[in-house]
Write a new protein. Structure first.
Length: 127
């Protein structure tokens, strides 16, 4: 057996309309389908499905962005309130996750279902 990629992630939904608007209109996910009952929403990000289900425990979702400061500014312009602004999480001196010396930056906020969302970006050393 060989696992080839992450297929689907499940997260909590509290308000279906707010969640549909947030993920499709603000984050740019492709809306796939809504099922009632049992209360499910499906989206897709570049081949990975995102399932929102009532009474699911909240999740933490990490989304890669090329420009964390630009993404932060764009989402703030859409009214997203961040828990933390972009900041350095890890300086990868040994090149464990990418080129040696590169930096991993993140910013955090919550979605309408109280799931934690992280934007993550890699930067060359010193940029």
């Amino acid at each position: 057996m060989q696992i080839t990629r992450l297929h689907q992630v499940a997260a909590n939904v509290l308000d279906f309309e707010k969640t549909k608007h947030f993920y499709a209109e603000i984050l740019g996910a492709k809306f796939i389908k809504e099922f009632h009952p049992p209360g499910l929403l499906f989206f897709e990000f570049e081949g990975t499905r995102l399932l929102f289900e009532q009474n699911n425990p909240p999740a933490t979702l990490y989304f890669r962005v090329d420009d964390i400061h630009g993404a932060y500014a764009e989402l703030r312009a859409h009214g997203v309130e961040f828990v933390s602004e972009p900041h350095l999480i890890h300086k990868d001196e040994d090149g464990v996750f990418g080129p040696p010396g590169s930096e991993e930056w993140m910013a955090f906020f919550t979605d309408p279902g109280q799931n934690t969302i992280a934007l993550a970006s890699r930067k060359p050393a010193g940029s």
